[in-house]
Design a protein around this ligand. Structure first.
Ligand code: CMP
Length: 247
């Protein structure tokens, strides 16, 4: 197995051979879903597993990219840092089978962003050489990668539009609707998020401060649009449809 993808943060991770169950996960990754059993098994034999502690850096912006990562368990965030150290969250990956790190492998440029374990996380790793050999032999994987890149670009377009066009109420309501659509559970009064992101994470996703998120969430709660109970959040129906609530 190629080891060229090994991270520089050895102290925060634990490297091991992937178990059969972890390797099977590769079949559920969107970009590999067209593979026949033989091709999937060949790819699975190449994967190794790494475990990262909460807060550990998986890839660093501007460093060369040498591996593709697939989430087995846990949660990672894709971030950019400003001069002052302020963090912007571009994306969160928390569904087993989510993948990242493909951009540097495709365009041979340094990592476009930093990826941090937002909680203890286990990742499958495919080296650059193994991923490239696989893509050359399986053009359908390349088409699937293009589909996923288009989806991510659409999402980035929507985020840019929201940052430019909506006030902080609209941006927060938009983010809550997006979370509700992705992971909400139906409730008689609306939709429940069982484990919403922290206020600091929401702030970093919508380009504002944690204090502002706290103030706007409290205001939405006072007006009955949301019910907050720790990390559990009930979004009432009126927040899920219609225009963003104004101050
Ligand atoms: P790469 O540039 O190799 O390393 C950082 C990774 O973060 C990148 O590949 C993508 O997999 C992921 N990434 C970067 N920007 C975004 C984004 N806007 N949305 C989702 N994922 C992203």
């Amino acid at each position: 197995m190629s080891r060229s993808g090994r991270s520089t943060v050895a102290s925060s991770m634990d490297l091991r051979i992937a178990t059969a169950r972890e390797r099977n996960l590769l079949r559920s990754v969107a970009i590999f879903s067209d593979l026949d059993a033989g091709a999937a098994a060949a790819l699975e034999r190449l994967a190794e597993t790494r475990e990262y502690a909460e807060g550990a850096v998986v890839v660093s912006q501007d460093e060369p990219g040498d591996a593709l990562f697939v989430l087995v368990s846990g949660r990672v965030k894709v971030v950019l840092y400003g001069e002052s150290g302020r963090e912007i969250i571009l994306s969160m990956f928390k569904t087993p089978g989510d993948f990242f790190g493909e951009m540097s492998l495709l365009d041979h440029q340094p990592r476009s962003a930093t990826v941090i374990a937002a909680e203890r996380s286990r990742l499958l790793v495919l080296s650059r050489a193994d991923f490239q050999a696989h893509i050359e032999a399986h053009p359908r994987t390349a088409l699937r990668v293009l589909t996923e890149l288009s989806r991510r670009l659409r999402h980035a377009d929507a985020v840019i539009g929201n940052l430019a066009l909506l006030d902080v109420y609209g941006r927060l309501a938009g983010k809550l609707r997006e979370l509700a659509a992705a992971e909400g559970e139906d409730h008689e009064e609306g939709v429940v998020l069982r484990q919403r992101p922290t206020q600091a994470e929401i702030a970093a996703m919508i380009g504002t401060s944690r204090e502002t998120v706290s103030r706007v969430l409290s205001d939405l709660a006072r007006r009955g649009h949301v019910v907050i109970s720790g990390r559990r959040l009930l979004l009432r129906r009126e927040l899920l449809v219609g225009p963003p609530p104004e101050r």
